[in-house]
Ligand binder design. Structure first.
Ligand code: ADP
Ligand code: GLC
Length: 494
């Protein structure tokens, strides 16, 4: 089966979050299962410059305001993944964040930038851009690639099935309705029951309405987004399509995230010999300027600092953590107010709290390896990868019971402990008090090393592999292809 994966970021070239990890790990996992997989990516500088052996597939000509648009094909350096890159220097050759300008606001022409990505995906799927390779299925990730599904629906000769994956329903790709004309789609795509959302154009809705199948990145989030609480205004659309919606849990890239082989950490270890983890903890305390104490439970955070991630709850529980002799190491970037709050906590308690602002991949590995607990108190979490990295490194996750966090962590309550099933600490409500109670439970268990180590070993034995996810996607691709053949998605389908 030929599969085209369409995404705006890919590890290691461009990464703002877990989407890049998925775009880097799912294609090789599908290839190991026998699929012929290629990626389609925007020609952001770090991506275009990493395309080895690039050859021109087609000069597309002017599109979406860019005078020069060309489709290139080659292999991504590092991962060696086969990839098409949409080279459109006017739209993509910009340094920094793929979605935001240097002022921290969305690029003003994001509509054109990501319409071009979707347009190229659909026309590649129709066999119109590369006569030598025509996919059987087009798999678009997040709103950045979602418009591909509308262009496929607009293009009846396409036989390729389409799958759209929601990585985060909160980012929807909303644009002024007056800009709809720039998309070169029929008005019927907009009204009625089209991609209009509260007098705006919604790229996310294009994926939800026009893909043959929809997935999201955990079974629990798949249920949650069909409810008003988590649906971001699109829960009705998702309920309408609940037969076509699946939750497929992300995996962990077991080569990149492996404490027995990680070249970035101070000492390597595995479940049978945990001594290296104590070195990693001491090294992390040194690196972050914390008091070098093996007996202090060290809590870690590696995260975007946003409302989603619930780190304000952790600030609320901080006094209890400090009073019990705990330590906290935070690495992240995002909201100024959150950064500032963690910075002032670090200034007041330099031996116990440390903050590293910025994005740093090797340091994220060192933090995951060196901490005792990784804290992920999210308000919502489609999947979450850091808690799975924590499990693999014997760094017990402390998480809220939502989305993928609920699907991957088993709370260390008495019953789970007795049955040797516990892998971390789970709390229910998005309240500092609930998080604090879980912190206190973690600190109590930490003072009981044999029981703590039993939970560590159970955590490290968890296998969230990409192989399982890849097989589920392949079965779903078959469904999407059949569905495209039998009941193609068209405009105004309600
Ligand atoms: P999200 O995609 O919502 O940000 P995930 O848990 O799925 O959350 O993925 C986050 C990814 O980004 C992980 O690979 C994590 O290690 C990484 N990450 C987040 N913040 C940082 C940071 N400041 N430095 C390095 N890596 C980070
Ligand atoms: C999003 C979600 C995160 C998920 C990631 C990869 O960024 O916020 O929960 O793990 O996508 O699917």
């Amino acid at each position: 089966m030929r599969v085209l994966q369409v995404a705006a970021e890919v590890f290691p070239q461009v990464k703002t979050g877990g989407l890049a990890d998925v775009a880097g790990a799912l294609p090789p996992a599908l290839a190991r299962e026998g699929a012929d997989v290629r990626l389609l990516l925007p020609g952001l500088p770090a991506i275009a410059d990493a395309l080895a052996g690039a050859r021109s597939v087609l000069r597309v000509g002017p599109r979406f305001g860019a005078a020069h648009v060309e489709l290139l094909h080659g292999r991504l350096q590092g991962s060696d993944l086969p990839a098409y890159v949409v080279d459109a220097p006017y739209l993509y050759r910009r340094a920094g964040n793929p979605y935001l300008g240097p002022d921290g606001h969305d690029w003003p022409d994001n509509l054109q930038r990501f319409a071009l990505l979707g347009w190229a995906a659909a026309h590649l799927a129709a066999g119109e851009l590369d006569p030598a390779w025509r996919p059987d299925v087009l798999h678009a990730h997040d709103w950045h690639a979602a418009l591909a599904c509308a262009y496929v629906a607009a293009h009846p000769p396409t036989t390729a099935g389409s799958v759209f994956t929601v990585h985060n329903l909160a980012f929807q790709g909303l644009f002024p309705i007056g800009d709809f004309a720039l998309l070169e789609l029929s008005q019927r795509a907009l009204w009625p029951h089209g991609i209009e959302f509260h007098r705006q154009v919604s790229f996310m809705k294009a994926g939800l309405l026009f893909a043959d199948r929809i997935t999201t990145v955990s079974p629990t989030y798949a249920r949650e987004i069909a409810t008003p609480e988590f649906g971001c205004g699109l829960d009705g659309v998702l309920r309408d399509r609940h037969h076509d919606l699946r939750g497929i849990l992300n995996g962990v890239d077991r080569e990149l995230w492996n404490p027995a082989a990680d070249r970035w950490i101070a000492a390597r270890y595995d479940a049978t010999s945990l001594a290296g983890k104590a070195y990693c903890k001491a090294a992390l305390q040194r690196e972050f300027g914390l008091e070098p104490r093996a007996d202090a439970p060290l809590f870690g955070v590696v995260s975007r600092l946003t409302h989603q991630k619930g780190l304000d709850l952790l600030l609320g529980a901080l006094p209890a953590l400090l009073a019990r002799g705990g330590q906290l190491a935070v690495q992240g970037t995002g909201d100024d107010a959150l950064e500032q709050a963690f910075r002032s906590a670090a200034q007041q308690h330099p031996q116990q709290v440390a903050l590293n602002v910025g994005y740093d991949e090797p340091r994220a590995h060192r933090l995951v390896a060196g901490a005792d607990v990784i804290v992920v108190p999210s308000r919502f979490e489609p999947c979450g990868l850091t808690q799975m990295y924590g499990l693999r490194y014997g760094t017990l996750p402390l998480v809220r019971r939502v989305g993928g966090l609920a699907d991957t962590v088993v709370d260390a309550d008495e019953r789970a402990l007795a049955a040797d099933r516990a892998t971390g600490f789970v709390f229910e409500h998005a309240q500092a008090g609930a998080l604090e109670a879980a912190l206190v439970r973690a600190m109590t268990l930490f003072r009981d090393p044999p029981r703590w180590q039993a939970v560590m070993r159970r955590a490290m034995a968890q296998e969230f592999t990409w192989t399982g996810a890849a097989r589920e996607y392949l079965a779903l691709y078959d469904e999407a292809i059949r569905s495209r053949r039998e009941t193609p998605r068209r405009w105004a389908m309600r």
